[in-house]
Design a protein around this ligand. Structure first.
Ligand SMILES: Nc1ncnc2c1ncn2[C@@H]1O[C@H](COP(=O)(O)OP(=O)(O)OP(=O)(O)O)[C@@H](O)[C@H]1O
Ligand SMILES: [Mg+2]
Length: 512
């Protein structure tokens, strides 16, 4: 996790006293709402906790909004020696590199209670932040990435399925993995902005934003169930990021009701874990029961039944509709797939080459999640399964589709330094040149960023049927991971791939 001098975070449950926005909260979630059952039915495996637990360090995302900011103290002018020049800022002045800022040492003010000097986040930001994902499957990919990133924590599968909301019968999206799960602190970081626990190159995630942008792009609300065994005691946590709740109740800050449970050895069951006090727990639970698909605590906790010992289950509900008023994700046309409504256009021709193109993965990935997921990772980790609607997704290695394959070494250079070397596999896709497919599948850290990136000018048919695959770790993906930052290295790569296409066309003509 990283944090800078200015931290954007959700309101903390360690803030004290009433605060602006509390009125809205009190209106929508009195501390003892009628449908809250702080005590469970006798057959449930969760018992209310009677003894206060040791308090955890300040966390994020509970129900007390940020307080009015205290005035920032103004330094008193004294006859001091002339000001010395400030040390040069360590922040890189190059835009594309300034995101790599490493915090030198933690600012002690960051721990100050009361949310002093902190930015607040209006709930509308959830929506604007999510617009970075222009494509619904790009958003689903973020959730798959988070599951794959859990392979080192034991993940062996990710399941993507339809979940019927018991409250209204509407389809919701379920994404579940058996990774390490999150402890209460980690869940709060997950639901905050810009915090990423992934500091090494081994992970796909890096920006600390994918969960928020993707879930809010897919639907208005998301509930997360997560179970973790890393600490001295196993925990279960449930968090709700609900645009509906925030909008309907006029909250002017992003409140994320979260409840935690911990394993109790004496009763061999999970019991309520009070990070603050019973009142706050009940208040959070009340909001969860009112605004999530689950109307009782027992129903909520039942969601852990199929989760094994650790893992995370995400349910995105109140899925968005498209401009025609239809649900954007289509669960009905193919029971083994999830499609994008309206994206699959029926061909009005019998031409074999058109049909071949339409059936090729380059076209299908635009509307079929199964097709997209089949090429999303260059190598799916051993023993890891992507299970879409009950059926495994078969990885599709584009290299196997290529004839007259060539491997081309490219050494991107910047300021005279060799940054790295990349091998591009290039060839004619089977069916070429009749099949009008071309472009490079550019992966970054194993994850497809640019599918069939068309670099060559096709006006004279040059490059038609030429397809390449490479893993370009020397350039950086944009925040939606659907494109790359337009850095100098990127531009050079584009030129090189164009040349490569034309060189290959010349070579292939000779060979054929
Ligand atoms: N399925 C999951 N299992 C365990 N931890 C998760 C899961 N999903 C998210 N997290 C935790 O939440 C954090 C935030 O997730 P998020 O997707 O927002 O950011 P990220 O993956 O770190 O970076 P990026 O924005 O590039 O995706 C992650 O760093 C990880 O610690
Ligand atoms: Mg992520």
């Amino acid at each position: 996790m990283s944090s800078g001098a200015e931290v954007i975070e959700l309101s903390s449950d360690d803030d004290e006293g009433p605060a602006p926005g509390t009125t809205a909260l009190a209106r929508c979630a009195p501390s003892s709402p009628p449908d809250v059952k702080p005590h469970l039915p006798a057959d449930a495996d969760v018992k209310p906790l009677l003894l206060p637990l040791p308090l955890h360090p300040p966390g994020y995302g509970a129900l007390v909004p940020v307080k009015t900011e205290d005035p920032v103290p103004v330094p008193v002018a004294t006859a001091s020696p002339p000001p010395r020049a400030l040390p040069p800022p360590r922040l890189c002045r190059q835009f594309w590199k300034s995101g790599d800022y490493v915090v030198a040492c933690r600012n002690p003010d960051a721990n100050a209670p009361g949310g002093r000097n902190r930015l607040r986040i209006n709930p509308k930001f959830l929506h604007s932040n999510a617009t970075s994902h222009k494509w619904a499957f790009g958003a689903i990919a973020e959730l798959l990435d988070n599951a794959i990133d859990e392979v080192n924590n034991g993940a062996t599968y990710v399941r993507i399925n339809k979940f019927t909301n018991p409250r209204d019968g509407n389809p919701s999206l379920l994404v579940q993995d058996d990774g390490g799960g999150m402890d209460p602190e980690a869940l709060r970081r997950c639901m905050s902005f810009g915090f990423s626990d992934k500091q090494s190159d081994a992970f796909i995630g890096q920006y600390g934003n994918g969960f928020k942008t993707s879930t809010m792009r897919l639907g208005a609300d998301v509930i997360v169930f997560t179970q973790n065994q890393n600490n001295w005691t196993p925990t279960r946590s449930i968090g709700l990021l609900s645009y509906t709740f925030l909008m309907e109740t006029g909250c002017d800050d992003v409140l994320v009701p979260t409840v935690d449970y911990q394993y109790d050895l004496t009763t061999a069951s999970y019991i309520q874990m009070l990070r603050h006090d019973q009142k706050l727990f009940s208040s959070n639970l009340g909001i969860l029961l009112k605004w999530s698909p689950f109307a009782s605590e027992a129903e909520l906790l039942k969601q852990f039944d199929d989760m094994g010992e650790h893992g995370t289950k995400i349910i995105v509900f109140n899925l968005w509709f498209n401009d025609d008023g239809d649900m954007e994700l289509d669960f009905n046309s193919d029971e083994k797939d999830i499609l994008i409504t309206g994206a699959h256009k029926k061909l009005k021709t019998n031409k074999a080459e058109k049909i071949a193109k339409q059936n090729y993965v380059s076209s299908r990935l635009r509307y079929s999640l199964r097709a997209y997921a089949s090429i999303l990772y260059l190598h799916v980790p051993d023993n890891f399964r992507i299970i879409l609607r009950g059926c495994d997704v078969e990885p599709h290695n584009i290299v196997n589709d290529l004839m007259y394959r060539e491997c081309v070494l490219y050494k991107p250079q910047i300021a005279g330094l060799t940054e790295s070397s990349v091998i591009t596999t290039i060839g004619f896709v089977k069916g070429a040149p009749d099949i009008d497919v071309q472009g490079f599948n550019v992966y970054h850290k194993n994850r497809l960023i640019s599918p069939f990136w068309k670099v060559a000018n096709n006006s004279y048919g040059k490059g038609r049927g030429v397809v390449g695959i490479l893993e370009a770790n020397f350039i950086k993906p944009t925040h939606d991971k659907q494109d790359f930052e337009k850095s100098v290295l990127y531009q050079r790569l584009e030129i090189r791939l164009k040349e490569m296409t034309y060189e290959y066309c010349g070579f292939a003509t000779l060979v054929r």
